[in-house]
Design a binder for this molecule. Structure first.
Ligand SMILES: [Zn+2]
Length: 300
């Protein structure tokens, strides 16, 4: 009896989940949707960032910081995306909470620099891997494996069925995106984005990232007048048809660049966060489909 009660104690300690379900705290709403869909009722999933949040700049409330420290598992995007959450995530890690970084099981993306490795040939895991549904499937599998390793009670037929269905949907999404993008001619497969957020998409679907309004992985950085002048020149020289702004950042600079070059459109993509309910981009599947259609409409 003693052993049994100790075990029961151990399995619920640190869990804020109800009914003995493991509690999983996820940082971004994009990964939150993926994790919630895979685990369904088998886990209590808490998502920190609301739709429209900037993952680079978002900061946790005191209540959210406490939730992180009480979780059975914390899932972060990783790759430096959630710069504003570094301290609270590290505090949870110090408390012994397992932290899963989604980028840890994602294929590197050519041209993405690995922080701390100064050599150009070392490709890193893209913090914006979510632009590519194939890399998202790699991340989803990694989360599933780690969650089951830490909470073997999650390895049920129901969870495996749900996750299997979702991985099949991600594979179908990749095929759908290829079909949507097929009409875009090779010489118009050019991307200028708000910041460096579509490298994995470009790698997967044969686009070239010509430049970014903010030449950085993070919206927390800024563009110099020289950066902007150089980008404006590139847009004119390469006849770039559109500048892709971001739904969770102001498009002021993109609008100014477009007004400097005749015929250039500004189109907003969901690169950082899901859309509001009813937007058609309020799930990860909807977000990727919406982006592909907007890119095809702008460039085909
Ligand atoms: Zn970003």
């Amino acid at each position: 009896m003693l052993a049994a009660s100790l075990t029961a104690c151990g399995s619920t300690e640190g869990s804020s989940g109800s009914g003995g379900r493991p509690s999983i705290v996820v940082t971004t709403d994009v990964l939150g949707d993926v994790v919630s869909t895979m685990f369904g009722d088998a886990a209590d999933v808490t998502v920190l960032m609301p739709p429209g949040a900037s993952p680079h700049e978002f900061q946790a409330s005191a209540r959210q910081a406490a939730e992180l420290r009480e979780a059975d598992l914390v899932v972060v995007n990783g790759g430096g995306l959630e710069a504003g959450l570094t301290d609270v995530v590290e505090a949870a890690r110090d408390d012994g909470v397992p932290i899963h970084e989604a980028t840890s099981t994602v294929d590197p993306t050519p041209g993405v620099h690995v922080p701390g490795h100064e050599h150009e040939h070392e490709n890193g895991a893209d913090p914006h891997f979510a632009s590519d549904p194939v890399r998202m499937a790699q991340a989803a599998k990694g989360i599933l494996v780690d969650a089951i390793r830490l909470e073997p009670s999650l390895d049920t037929k129901a969870v495996r069925d749900r996750a299997g269905d979702y991985l099949a949907k991600l594979a179908a999404l990749d095929s759908e995106v290829r079909k949507i993008l097929a009409p875009i001619p090779a010489d118009r497969r050019l991307l200028v984005t708000n910041h460096d957020s579509f490298a994995s998409f470009a790698d997967r679907y044969d686009f070239t990232v010509v430049g970014a309004v903010i030449p950085s992985m993070s919206t927390a950085d800024s563009a110099s007048a020289r950066d902007l002048a150089r980008l404006a020149a590139t847009i004119r020289e390469r006849h770039v048809p559109a500048i892709f702004a971001d739904t969770s950042s102001p498009a002021r600079l993109a609008d100014r660049l477009a007004s400097d070059a005749a015929g250039v459109k500004v189109v907003a993509l969901y690169s950082e966060s899901l859309g509001k309910p009813g937007s058609g981009a309020d799930t990860y599947l909807g977000m990727v489909g919406t982006n592909a259609r907007r890119i095809a409409d702008a460039l085909a």
